[in-house]
Design a binder for this molecule. Structure first.
Ligand SMILES: NC(=O)c1ccc[n+]([C@@H]2O[C@H](COP(=O)([O-])OP(=O)(O)OC[C@H]3O[C@@H](n4cnc5c(N)ncnc54)[C@H](O)[C@@H]3O)[C@@H](O)[C@H]2O)c1
Ligand SMILES: O=c1ccn([C@@H]2O[C@H](COP(=O)(O)OP(=O)(O)O[C@H]3O[C@H](CO)[C@H](O)[C@H](O)[C@H]3O)[C@@H](O)[C@H]2O)c(=O)[nH]1
Length: 330
């Protein structure tokens, strides 16, 4: 069957740009729609970039029609948990309402396949800190709620037979393209590994450890960090699954192992070769103590085989990219 063109929303952002690169390496036809609010045009190394809002229904319908798009990969979103606590309606507008508008356009134009960037934040505080795909969803911050509502709309639309979807619930994504072509360039980043690398290179004065009294082995937050290149591969496999006629799926994307904030700091110190200036700080609003994936299903169903499942590898690639940024790269 002929491969249709893929619309990648948010393809100029951190994760989206890595997936666009992987699609390009496979010779897929790609159109990126991104408003460049946190993404960068020069991170789009493949396909055509259209600058615009994913919530602009008329624009999206025109793109779907004129490019003959049969698959949408939807990354565009606001992604900062504490910001969502402070400004929840922004998250419901930019994540939930924009996704509703996108889905409406997809249904109207006959898009058949949809790959959605969801999040482990839909689980809230799962028992034991570990979640499989059947763990009840109970988000504890508006970011997670905004994404869960999007999941529900997608599920319900798929139930009408309009399209099939793979919803990928990412745990904590980190690291950069091992070849150093693109990386994480998010301005005013809040994610731990990115921030720690900025501190290592003197671009920030210190690293705040948000919470040292969690019920975890060393008192700091525990997360399941997954390399962005392995995550990009999961997207290609999701695409192949849908093209082969596979059923709609919801899958965790993680390695099934957790690291504390202190363990991440130690890994950055190993890669950097020097201690980081660290300050203990209060808990950050909206943060669960521990979030680890049970991630067997994606291996079984998509035959996903991660190749970068190692914290030191993840951190080394993130630090290498940060050095390039410090030298003026994108
Ligand atoms: N980074 C993580 O650890 C993580 C974890 C779980 C889920 N996710 C999800 O993955 C997706 C990508 O996240 P990321 O880390 O690459 O973030 P990012 O901010 O780097 O990328 C988001 C991209 O979407 C664009 N965008 C935002 N709003 C838009 C709009 N209304 N119209 C068009 N473009 C818009 C931004 O300019 C940016 O390029 C998001 O949906 C996020 O919720 C990320
Ligand atoms: O400067 C920092 C930054 C983070 N942390 C801590 O490090 C851990 C990881 O925090 P991140 O900000 O790196 O990531 P989150 O777990 O908050 O959230 C990320 O992963 C989630 C899923 O697990 C969501 O999908 C979300 O999009 C994405 O931001 C948390 O315990 C946090 O408190 C610090 O101590 N200091």
């Amino acid at each position: 069957m002929a491969r249709g063109t893929i619309l990648v929303t948010g393809g100029a952002g951190y994760i989206g740009s890595h997936v666009v690169l992987a699609l390009g390496e496979r010779g897929e036809r790609v159109v990126v729609l991104d408003d460049l609010s946190t993404g960068r045009a020069d991170a789009v190394l493949h396909g055509e970039l259209v600058v615009g809002d994913v919530g602009d229904g008329a624009l999206v319908r025109r793109l779907l029609r004129t490019h003959g798009i049969d698959t949408v990969m939807h990354f565009a979103a606001r992604t900062v948990v504490p910001e969502s606590v402070a400004d929840p309606l922004k998250y419901y507008r930019e994540n939930t309402c924009a996704t509703r508008s996108l889905l409406e356009a997809c249904a109207a134009q006959g898009v058949r396949h949809f790959v959605f960037s969801s999040t482990a934040a839909v689980y809230g505080v799962p028992e034991g800190g570990i979640a499989d795909e059947d763990t009840p969803t109970a988000p504890i911050n508006p970011y997670g709620s905004s994404k869960l509502m999007s999941e529900w709309m997608l599920r319900d639309l798929a139930a009408t037979g309009a399209l099939r979807h793979v919803t990928l619930r990412y745990f904590n994504v980190a690291g950069c393209d091992p070849a150093g072509r693109i990386g994480q360039s998010t301005p005013e980043a809040t994610l731990l590994i990115k921030v720690a690398c900025e501190v290592a290179l003197g671009r920030r004065p210190e690293l705040a450890v948000f919470g040292t009294d969690y019920p975890t082995p060393d008192g700091t937050g525990v997360r399941d960090y997954i390399h962005v290149t392995d995550l990009a591969d999961a997207h290609l496999r999701a695409l192949d699954h849908l093209r082969a006629g596979g059923a709609s799926l919801t899958l965790n994307c993680g390695y099934g192992r957790g690291y504390s904030v202190r363990e991440v700091i130690a890994a950055v110190e190993r890669a950097h070769g020097a201690p980081l200036p660290v300050r203990e700080a209060p808990r950050r609003p909206g943060d669960p103590p521990m979030l680890i994936a049970r991630a067997e299903r994606i291996r079984e169903v998509l035959d996903w085989r991660p190749r970068h499942d190692d914290l030191d590898t993840i951190v080394a690639s993130a630090l290498a990219w940060e050095r390039r940024l410090a030298q003026g790269a994108r």
